[in-house]
Design a protein. Sequence first.
Length: 224
Amino acid sequence: MNRFEKIENDKTIIEVYNKISEFEDLDKGWAHHNLEHVKNVAHLVESLLKKLDYDDNFIEEAKIAAILHDTGAIEGKKNHAIRSYNFAKQYFEGNNIILENKELVLEAIKIHSDGFDSDNIIALTLILSDKLDIKYTRVAKEGYHVKGMKELQYIKDILVDINNNDFEIKFICDDKINKNELEEFYFITKVFNAIITFSKKMKLNAKVLFNNSEWELFREMLER
């Protein structure tokens, strides 16, 4: 197993995310920050960086940032990024994990909630991948009762592709979705900002589709 796989399968890490799942059910969280979520994020991080021709070591270390980025949610969502940063720092030291891009990895974890202005490629990729994991699997029990958030249950998949300089994100949604409520949900603005920031830093031409049509709200934000 490589370093990422060892961390992904570490009983300590699995236990942390199991406790997060239990906490979020009790605390009535809107969205899951569980093991499935961080694995989804790591998978998208890998896919994006491969398409952008980053080397295997850089990609693996970016995936390590992804798998550890929500460990701090064990005490709730508020300030979880800084707690995740502290956990990762101690985890690397305690397990003698040597990373070539250690400072970039730690910074990415620390700023993954809102570090849109960063030039840290690992951070930008983590932020985007984290924000894009908003399909039906993210909705926690309380989320089904929250306006806007409950619409995520109707997002069946989100397909991401980079071809040359074209960056396309396609939201595949059930007909039951209330698009207006989804667009009014504050988190969609964060998702679109993450796409815009990433595409500008990487010099990509971003396009977002809602099913088979261009998502006008995204285009309007992009042209501002």
